[in-house]
Design a protein around this ligand. Sequence first.
Ligand SMILES: [Zn+2]
Length: 283
Amino acid sequence: MPELPEVETVRQGLEHHVVGRTIDTVRVLHPRAVRRHAGGAADFESALAGSRPDRARRRGKYLWLSVGEDALLAHLGMSGQLLVGEQDRPLSPHVRIWFTFRDNGPDLRFTDQRTFGHMLVSRDGAELPGPIAHIAPDPLEPAFDSAALTRRLRWRRTGVKRALLDQSLVSGIGNIYADEALWRAGLHWARPTQTLKPKEVSTLLAAVHEVFAEALAAGGTSFDSLYVNVNGESGYFDRSLAVYGREGDPCRRCGTPIRRDAFMNRSSYSCPRCQPRPRRPHP
Ligand SMILES: [Zn+2]
């Protein structure tokens, strides 16, 4: 599943390859891809034909192209890809939406094998599309307010990892990056948020920034100039993970075997020594 750094890589690709070009035709090849667009496939197509995206933006794992006052909003779901390439290449059976441009240059194909991703046009959504207005800013956005997050965290009665995954508090942090950031900050995932000191919250936010920045740098190196591509993989996943998926392997800081706990139908990985379990854990 694409996480924030991969989605940011796609945003940068859209900025480079799509922004400033006038869309010629739009063809919805599978209605499920526009299931959240109010007017259906024909309305989606006619709303975008002839328009010119002027900016590529992102909040958490949502991407949008501002088109005048409106927005073309996309979520890649589990397997979505946005591919830019020469028009004469073969059309894969997984292409859901196909955009061509008036300059007859490379086209854009929204490809999604598992069809959990979607696109919609949000009227007057250029600044912030309505369907995602309830999602909190992500840590890489200029609008992100770390002082406000610190206050809200300490008011919550929850565990720190649950809070990191709560899109109404902070967006874009998935399971992998939460575990990595908590390890860097030396915090156990079940630490009750109301016991966090302001200094610990700022250390944690700095750790989130670091893991995102490193993943972005790794994603950037595998980015092909012709393709805007995301498939949930990046160099970061192979090389740099400190705890995620490393049960029983030595901690990179202290050598203690990494521990795996069940967590919300998934797993939490931590170092028992660097991230001591709180006396009253919040599961
Ligand atoms: Zn350790």
